[in-house]
Design a protein around this ligand. Structure first.
Ligand SMILES: *Cc1c(COP(=O)(O)O)cnc(C)c1O
Length: 398
């Protein structure tokens, strides 16, 4: 092990008395982020005003930070760029992939996918008309459903509810053999498990930065396009910052070079300042070490919960190789149980209809916290502490 996880934990500003197992939904605050954002606001925006785009290098940040994320997902420099939200990046990748595979009209995805990805695909299909179609099958049935009539396979590698993981390299090989392009959503992969986009010969990938990558609420998404495709892609969201020469203000659109063409509009500079503080921490670790520790943490949690809470059913794959960096359990009263846990300082989240979800983030989660979370959960279950009206009222965000 070369990664020092005591040092990475010390780099986060975690509230006292909280065991945070929801970094898979919103990463915590890196200590350096507050000062980084302050400097960006006061020293750059405040003092440089519009000259900051050049003098502070704001315009290059989507590609520079993209390269640093690239290291975590097996993408070469110059193949990842930041911007927009993940839902928009899903649309953009999908539209481009469809256009690269003319004559075919079917998108295949699975019923475990995050609804927003399916909604975006549905909206795109409606806009295109002309027989375009979104087909979904159960996650286990994806491989058998890869047929030569498909244009694009669109999958989220790690299931947001159960943590079940698709075999990326295998599915890409199957898809390519059938002439199908593949779009991967790495929302629960980037910073969670080692990803090798180049090694797996991925076509497109997208992901967000506010989960395991800790850019803060509303941080920008990222998109990867394989270098062999990047100069052939015709962006459907053809904004001015993806233009070959944005400041020529030509009336006609000409795509920019390579991955730059996947930019759309003005990037979120303050949010990228926060992200840069998080990436400084990521720069100090190896994904292989993160993965090894993630497996230790999740295995310990499963062992602890299964021996202390027989009423909870494991919803994640038991084999660590088959799951990402989260563990989910089912219970019909899952929502109330999670609220009771949160009231006692153990923060996970709930996903309808009955999933208690716990994210394990080696940069700052310790084995002691795993034991602490198991102890609190077992007390909540044993004494039925969740069975109180205040734990049953659903908030807007679960
Ligand atoms: C978190 C998540 C999203 C969220 O998309 P936003 O546009 O960033 O809100 C989309 N897809 C998947 C698979 C996710 O896990």
């Amino acid at each position: 092990m070369t990664s020092d996880f005591a040092a990475t934990r010390a780099a986060f500003d975690l509230p006292e008395g909280i065991i945070y197992l929801d970094g898979n939904s919103l990463g915590p605050l890196p200590r350096a982020a507050a000062e980084r954002v302050r400097a960006c606001v006061q020293d750059e925006w405040g003092q440089m005003l519009i000259t900051g785009w050049n003098r502070a290098g704001w315009m290059d940040l989507p590609a520079r930070l993209g390269d640093r994320i690239g290291r975590l997902i097996g993408a070469a420099p110059g193949t990842v760029v930041l911007g927009d939200t993940l839902s928009i990046k899903v649309y953009q990748a999908l539209a481009s992939a469809l256009e690269l595979n003319p004559g075919r009209k079917v998108i295949l995805s699975d019923t475990g996918n995050f609804p927003s990805d399916l909604y975006m695909a549905d909206g795109l299909v409606r806009t295109l008309g002309q027989g375009y179609e979104l087909r979904t099958v159960a996650p286990e049935a994806v491989e058998a459903a890869i047929t030569p009539d498909l244009a694009v396979l669109m999958l989220t590698e790690v299931d947001y509810r159960t943590g079940r993981r698709h075999d990326m390299a295998r599915l890409i090989a199957r898809a390519h053999a059938a002439g199908v392009l593949v779009v991967w959503d790495l929302a629960h992969s980037a910073g969670a498990i080692p990803v090798d986009l180049a090694g797996a010969d991925a076509d497109f990938a997208v992901g967000c930065t506010y989960k395991y990558l800790n850019s803060g609420p509303g941080g920008p998404a990222f998109i990867y396009v394989a270098p062999r495709l990047a100069d052939r892609v015709r962006p459907a969201l053809s904004g001015w910052l993806g233009h070959e020469a944005p400041f020529a203000f030509d009336l006609g659109y000409r795509p920019g070079r390579g991955i730059e063409r996947m930019r759309v509009g003005t990037p979120p500079v303050l949010q990228m300042a926060a992200l840069s503080a998080s990436l400084d921490i990521w720069d100090r670790v190896e994904m292989a070490d993160v993965r090894a520790r993630s497996i230790d943490l999740t295995e310990a949690f499963i062992r602890g919960v299964e021996s202390a809470c027989p009423a909870l059913t494991l919803a994640s794959p038991r084999d660590p190789a088959q799951r990402g960096s989260q563990v989910s359990f089912r219970h019909p009263e899952g929502y109330a149980i999670m609220q009771a846990l949160i009231a006692r300082g153990v923060i996970g989240d709930f996903r309808a209809p009955d999933i208690l979800r716990f994210g394990f983030t080696p940069l700052y989660t310790t084995m002691d916290e795993v034991a602490g979370a198991v102890a609190v959960l077992s007390e909540v279950m044993e004494k039925t502490l969740w069975d109180q009206p205040q734990f049953k009222t659903r908030a807007r965000v679960t």
